[in-house]
Design a protein around this ligand. Structure first.
Ligand SMILES: Nc1nc2c(c(=O)[nH]1)N(C=O)[C@@H](CNc1ccc(C(=O)N[C@@H](CCC(=O)O)C(=O)O)cc1)CN2
Ligand SMILES: Nc1nc2c(ncn2[C@@H]2O[C@H](COP(=O)(O)OP(=O)(O)OP(=O)(O)O)[C@@H](O)[C@H]2O)c(=O)[nH]1
Ligand SMILES: [Mg+2]
Length: 448
């Protein structure tokens, strides 16, 4: 596949020690020849080694001095010829470098285009390409771990296992279409059902990681709620480690919801500070309170804050939406003023003296893990796209299973299995029908 040559600044824009410009495509080397001058001509340069060169613009004026790296296809990130220039990280110098590279004939790369090329050139499957972005966006240790697993091909390997289990089943069923005088014997039928059951089991295990995938990628939605003035914003600031939200002794200080990502024991939490819950006549405050109610409904975790220095009878407790009990923690704040008698449960904590935070972190981990969504020992975590594919796979294999048991005829069973394989191909982006034909005609023996 002949691709045009693209270039981009691959490092963040701004003042930095170093910036990297990447060029990929069939024209990368001739183009680099025009922009980079070294002690030797480019084609003599050792591949995959750093060489000190000078970058010049179209009129030969020096732009920067830096390190040049050449990767010859296919041994590169994209699988094409790749040129990297590592220059001085400055906004203007880097932009001028990119301009020089574009003037020399490259096209500006679209977002993700380097990785897209890596995928198109077979350097990685779709799940690995997705993992590159997960890795960059990871905001917690566990999210990072899951991204590394996926980048290493964990989901692709699962898909391969499922494919290798389904293809012989399909091949077997297809064989009966070609020989209509033969029926699928009960023994064969039972064996095929057993194989489908195994596929279903594996698929469901993968599907069970989708909640974990959502939390790792977007954070567990953690809503801090409670009456005005109990210290909700103080708790947000304490967990964040800096003064994000305004704290004051005036009740009703927080009116809008504030969201920040933190990590607790490697789990990303999307913390939401809310307006204190009370009946209010102030329109703006009322809207804030309604918003809090909505947040509570979609929360993965509710941190209910009360003033623990006051007796429980004086606390107006939050009404939790149905089903939220298991993902709720009560926080008895202001413990520095002494805990009032009567509190039966709850984590005593002082935002002022920063005590009780470790106990809170442990309790948060326990709740998120207990909810059954996070599996610390299972770092694979599918995303929403994978989930849709695996749901279709489970649905189609289930349909094939029913068709087989009902004696619907091999062509119906085959149709469902083909659809399952199609969905499976979509997971990794390698939909390939040839593979099935190959199995039928080479490894599968019909001459019983
Ligand atoms: N300077 C630089 N750093 C980078 C990248 C890059 O493109 N440039 N990467 C970009 O995201 C990541 C590293 N990913 C890479 C993956 C494969 C190859 C590569 O050359 N693969 C060849 C050779 C493999 C080998 O020698 O073992 C290949 O697959 O054939 C390079 C970078 C992170 N760091
Ligand atoms: N003694 C003591 N005071 C605290 C503690 N935590 C917060 N406060 C004080 O309680 C008051 C209210 O704190 P905020 O964090 O603004 O309370 P809030 O729940 O966000 O209040 P609203 O946004 O108005 O709903 C402030 O004066 C804080 O300094 C604590 O642990 N001990
Ligand atoms: Mg507040």
């Amino acid at each position: 596949m002949l691709q045009d040559t693209i270039a981009a600044i691959s490092t963040a824009l701004g003042e930095a020690a170093i910036s990297v410009i990447r060029i990929t495509g069939g024209g990368a080397f001739p183009l680099a020849e025009k922009v980079f001058r070294g002690s030797r001509s480019l084609h003599e340069l050792q591949r995959r080694q750093a060489h000190l060169v000078t970058a010049v613009d179209a009129s030969g004026d020096t732009l920067d001095q830096g390190l040049l790296l050449l990767f010859s296809a296919p041994a590169s990130y994209t699988g094409e010829d790749v040129v990297e220039f590592h220059g001085h990280g400055g906004l203007l110098v880097t932009q001028k470098l990119l301009e020089a590279v574009l003037t020399a004939g490259a096209r500006p790369a679209e977002p993700g285009e380097f990785t897209q090329r890596a995928f198109l050139n077979g350097k990685m499957d779709l799940t690995q390409a997705e993992a590159v972005m997960d890795l960059i966006h990871a905001q917690s240790t566990l999210a990072l771990k899951a991204a590394h697993e996926q980048l290493g091909g964990a989901i692709g390997r699962e898909a391969t296992v499922l494919r290798e289990e389904l293809i012989p089943v399909l091949a077997h069923v297809e064989a009966y279409i070609d020989f209509p005088e033969e029926d699928i014997s009960p023994d064969t039928g039972a064996a095929l059902v057993a194989k489908m059951d195994h596929v279903l089991e594996r698929t469901h295990r993968l599907l069970a990681t989708s909640e974990q995938g959502r939390i790792l990628r977007h954070g567990a939605r953690t809503v801090i709620c409670g009456e005005p003035n109990v210290g909700k914003s103080s708790l947000l600031n304490l967990l964040l480690g800096f003064e994000r939200a305004i704290v004051s002794s005036i009740a009703g200080t927080t009116r809008d919801t504030i969201e920040e990502i933190i990590q607790v024991h490697g789990i990303p939490l999307r913390l939401v500070d809310t307006a204190g819950l009370r009946s209010s006549t102030d329109d703006i405050e009322r809207i804030g309170i309604e918003r809090t109610q909505r947040e509570l409904e979609r929360a993965d975790l509710v941190l209910e804050v009360v003033d623990g220095s006051l007796p429980p009878a004086q606390a107006k407790r939050v009404t939790l939406p149905p089903g939220a009990e298991g993902r709720h923690l009560l926080i008895l704040n202001k413990a520095d003023q002494g805990l009032a008698p009567g509190w039966q449960e709850g984590i005593s904590l002082s935002c002022r003296e920063t005590t009780g935070v470790d106990a809170l972190r442990d309790a948060i981990r326990a709740v998120v893990m207990r909810a059954g969504t996070m599996q610390a020992d299972h770092p694979v975590a599918i995303n929403a796209r994978h989930k849709a594919c695996f749901e279709r796979i489970a649905d189609r294999v289930m349909a094939a299973r029913v068709a087989l048991i009902d004696g619907a005829g091999p062509e119906y069973v085959a149709l469902d299995l083909r659809e399952a394989l199609q969905a499976l191909g979509e997971v990794t982006g390698g939909v390939d029908i040839e593979q099935i034909l190959d199995v039928i005609f080479s490894s599968f023996c019909i001459g019983k």
